[in-house]
Design a protein around this ligand. Structure first.
Ligand code: ADP
Ligand code: MG
Length: 293
């Protein structure tokens, strides 16, 4: 297309809250065949609430576990972190992030922190093996679909459950994509139960659901989708999505709540966090005539 047509298209997109980094991206948009969505913070709001929090070791009282967890989580920007800090607050526990002397993020697993001389791990089942924890409980009776664990000194000291809900507009966006002949899939680091819950909330619109993924698994699946189905878009918000965003033909990051690294690696940033903008942008790109160079 002519430079003027490209410029006008970019400007129109920007007015709808879509920051597109260059005319080439607009051209790639027109050919997209598959969209891979991250779950937490992309399809869902990323606004968790803690449903239940139980201690797992009678030697460590709940207030103590909550103090450790909330203090370490206050160093994290993961969507689950603020839910745990809020929950501690409700239980009259104030986090003291200044007491956290060491802090480490394990993408797709959880976090580790040292506080008052203790090393504490918080995260999903994977974090328990990192914590050399022998007891890996099979929890089936908790409300909420995402289960989290707390470990210290190779012992499980807490178990909690959280829930999150789909954004209004997620189902609509996926339907719109389908009407354009584009397949939608989900790639998440969260549990199979949480992934299935979101898929059900969406009325089973997703063609594929992949759960319990590490950042490198998301990259591998994007690669497989590219080979199997053609030009692939990946949409995500977290630092765990950044490698997959870079691998995709078009990487899209969430602008309001997304992490900085996801925004840097992506080709498009959704300033409004409204994923319904995506099918609209693809329609716009398809309307733009790319034949005359
Ligand atoms: P998603 O791909 O759905 O955005 P992530 O890769 O960010 O999920 O996280 C995967 C899982 O790792 C989460 O579902 C959670 O169980 C665990 N996790 C990650 N970060 C944290 C944290 N700060 N606190 C507790 N758990 C965490
Ligand atoms: Mg996410």
């Amino acid at each position: 297309s002519t430079p003027v047509a490209t410029f006008c298209a970019l400007l129109r997109a920007a007015r709808t809250g879509l920051l597109i980094k260059g005319g080439d991206v607009l051209e790639s948009l027109a050919s997209i065949k598959v969209v891979a969505f991250d779950k937490t913070g992309t399809i869902t709001r990323g606004e968790f609430s803690v449903e239940e929090f139980r201690t797992a070791d009678e030697r460590v009282p709940k207030q103590q576990v909550l103090y450790w967890v909330s203090s370490i989580e206050s160093r994290s920007s993961h969507p689950m972190a603020s839910a745990l800090v809020d929950y501690a607050h409700f239980n009259s526990v104030e986090p003291k992030s200044e007491n956290v002397t060491e802090f480490q993020i394990y993408p797709g697993e959880g976090i580790y922190g040292e506080i008052d001389g203790e090393g504490v791990y918080v995260g999903n089942k994977r974090i328990l093996s990192r914590a050399s924890c022998q007891t890996v409980p099979d929890i089936k009776d908790m409300r909420g679909v995402t289960i989290g664990y707390v470990a210290c000194n190779k012992d499980l000291i807490g178990v909690f459950s959280l829930s999150d809900s789909c954004r209004t507009g997620s189902a609509e966006a996926i339907k719109e994509l389908r009407s354009l002949g584009i397949k939608s899939v989900m790639l998440t680091g969260d549990s199979n139960a949480a992934a299935t819950f979101a898929q059900n909330q969406l009325g089973n619109l997703l063609a594929e659901v992949h759960s319990e993924l590490l950042p490198e698994d998301k990259v591998r699946i994007v690669d497989e989708l590219k080979a199997k189905d053609g030009p692939t878009m990946m949409i995500g918000d977290g630092m765990n999505d950044a490698p997959a965003l870079a691998k995709a033909d078009v990487g899209v990051s969430m602008g309001v709540s997304g992490s900085a690294v996801a925004m840097e690696t992506s080709h498009i940033t959704l300033m409004s966090n409204d994923i319904r903008r995506i099918p609209k942008a693809i329609k716009l790109a398809k309307r733009t005539d790319w034949t005359i160079k």
